[in-house]
Design a protein around this ligand. Structure first.
Ligand code: GLC
Length: 591
């Protein structure tokens, strides 16, 4: 193993404290594997890496080989292969993300450079904004510019992408163990309420379709005050959760991070002293669903402990899953982090446990990380196998949460994008991923809804979700032709449930993505690197979804081996392109 590690001159107190907590990396191996430290030029098996400090910026350049294929950096709504693109990693709100060419919601400063003979992984542990340029500014180099005062840089060379994911997750932590029910078909809407309506929807679904969870969006709360329940809509939440469980359905409530500023609200009062502040040392406030809100400063142990306590209390309702949303954190006031919607003022102030004050721009990405951590810690005390679904995350969040691709659209363009986002999330260490089936924004017609269910048939998470002002897309409402197709898709998923469970186990133990692009399993096969409209669950199952509007037949690639189609059991020799007009072209590798 080779490692190049850099920590800047102006080491802040924060480095050791946070990094030790954040990474599971051991100090001895760090020293043993280090090939260089500080600024200068380094060599990793012939690959040149340079590092310079330029004012408040750290610039790292890595030489690219002509045949390197770059992937990773979490979710960006564009093609999967990252060559000739540039991105910033900063956790940020991303309304209407289809027009963006940047990473969204989360920050995963980790990428792979793969070719047929080797795979190199890079992880830039930086909690502020970091810019990645993959050969647009300098054709034969990756250029990384971090507007922070200190960072850690890791690079590791392995034979295969699998080696890199194992290395990266040994550095940042192995994924949590996802409960099996979370791999089932889940339903959601902004918002199902009151209790009677939730029960009606669940009852209607279950006449024809299996479901394993129903989500409660923001309207279950009392005036959007987190950790409260509107008792007019849900007079007996505990009773409802337990009744749902008795029929095999978990209830998952949403929790946002913003706490309504309201002196009469206990939760608001509890966090006083542990909120993010402004430059004048007052509580920093912004605007989200409840109106004016303040944000617990999750970097502080005290804030995390309080959050965990509140969460534990809230879990007494019987919840086994929690949905963490808007945790970039998302706001309505400021958009100085760019055009991606509202984000917190970068000059807002965090006060570290030791009293050091630090601007949000330096530690911004840690907000979702520590919120997930505090939530997970609370859940572990109450629930055997907790499940957290988060919208925002930072590298390492795989230890605590699953992630979905946020507010996608009811469009064919977004349908394809979801696939590349899910694949790159997996390559960035997040194995439990999914998207809003049908598309969150806009109107989904029955055909598009089927295409979503068919494309995502073996995605780790399988959840239908929709915005308030959008069509009703509960499957049982559809005309029979489409209901039959949806039943087929869901039956196919449940047919492969054992394989889903096995790959979840593999993810938990080794950090491998549950669903991967073809090159992950066949890195010696040059043909696989550009394919981003097919995926594999584990090593054996390949799906080549029909994702183009009005097109029923597609070309697809089967790598070497013997494959059999499902259903139908037709045997096909691999290492060739074939065409298929099946609704869900799916193949299982025999050898
Ligand atoms: C955000 C979430 C979405 C949720 C909505 C209301 O837009 O991404 O899933 O339904 O907020 O809570």
């Amino acid at each position: 193993m080779h490692l190049f590690y850099y920590r800047g001159e102006n080491d802040l107190e924060i480095s050791s404290g946070i990094l030790t907590g954040l990474l599971s990396y051991k100090d001895e191996s760090r020293n043993r594997d280090m090939v260089g430290e500080g600024t200068g030029i380094f060599d990793l098996n012939g690959r040149k890496i340079s590092c310079e400090q330029n004012g408040d910026r750290i610039i790292i350049r890595i030489n690219l080989n002509e045949n390197d294929n770059i992937y990773g950096l979490g979710e960006a709504p564009i093609r999967m292969r990252r060559n000739r693109t540039k991105f910033s990693t900063i956790t940020s709100t991303s309304w209407d993300y289809n027009d963006l060419r940047d990473t969204i919601y989360s920050a995963f400063p980790v990428f792979l450079m793969a070719n047929t003979s080797k795979c190199t992984g890079v992880f830039v542990n930086t909690f502020g904004k970091c810019d990645f340029d993959f050969g647009t500014e300098e054709y034969d180099r990756v250029k990384i510019t971090a507007s922070v005062k200190n960072l850690e840089f890791y690079i590791h060379e392995g034979k295969t992408p699998e080696d890199i994911l194992e290395w990266y997750t040994s550095l940042t932590g192995k994924p949590f163990e996802i409960p099996e029910w979370a791999l089932g078909h889940q339903i959601s809407r902004w918002s199902y309420f009151p209790r009677g309506s939730v029960e009606d929807v669940v009852r209607n679904y279950r006449k024809e379709f299996p479901i394993s969870a129903v989500y409660l969006d923001i309207d279950y709360m009392d005036g959007y005050r987190i950790f409260t329940v509107d008792s007019r809509k849900f007079p007996d939440m505990k009773g409802m959760v337990s009744e749902m469980r008795s029929i095999g359905v978990e209830v998952i409530p949403i929790i946002d991070p913003g706490v309504k500023v309201d002196q009469n609200y206990e939760i608001f009062r509890e966090f006083i002293g542990d909120y993010i502040e402004d430059k004048e040392s007052s509580i920093y406030t912004d605007y989200v669903w409840p109106g004016e809100v303040a944000f617990p400063d999750f970097i502080r142990e005290n804030a995390r402990e309080k959050w965990s306590e509140m969460m534990e209390k809230f879990l007494e309702n019987g919840f086994r899953g929690i949905w963490l949303d808007m945790n970039e954190p998302s706001t309505r006031k400021d958009s100085r982090y760019g055009s991606r919607g509202g984000n917190m003022d970068p000059e807002a102030i965090h006060i570290m446990d030791n009293g050091t004050k630090i601007e949000d721009s330096q530690v911004h990405n840690l907000f979702p990380y520590f919120q997930c951590m505090a939530t997970y810690e609370a859940m572990r005390k109450k629930v055997e196998k907790p499940f957290i679904l988060t919208r925002s995350a930072y590298a390492g969040c795989q230890k605590y949460a699953a992630i979905w691709t946020g507010d996608n659209k009811a469009s064919y363009e977004d349908l394809k994008t979801q696939l590349s986002m899910v694949l790159n999330l997996g390559l960035s260490g997040m194995p439990y991923t999914g998207c809003d089936l049908g598309g969150f924004w806009g109107e989904t017609d029955s055909e598009l809804l089927c295409r979503y269910y068919e494309m995502a048939v073996l995605f780790p998470l399988y959840r239908n979700h929709k915005i308030k002002a959008g069509n009703d897309q509960e499957l049982y409402r559809l005309p029979s032709f489409y209901r039959e197709r949806l039943k087929m898709a869901i039956e196919t998923r449940y047919h492969f449930m054992d394989q889903l469970i096995n790959s979840a186990r593999e993810a938990h133990l080794h950090g491998h993505p549950m669903v991967r692009p073809l090159f992950y399993n066949f890195p010696q096969d040059e043909d696989t690197f550009m394919i981003d409209d097919q995926y594999m669950l584990g090593r054996k199952i390949l799906v080549a979804p029909q994702i183009h509007e009005s097109v029923r037949e597609r070309d697809l690639y089967l790598p070497e081996g013997k494959w059999v189609s499902y259903p139908g059991n037709v045997e096909i020799e691999g290492k060739q392109w074939i065409s298929s007009d099946l609704r869900i072209p799916l193949f299982v590798r025999r050898s």
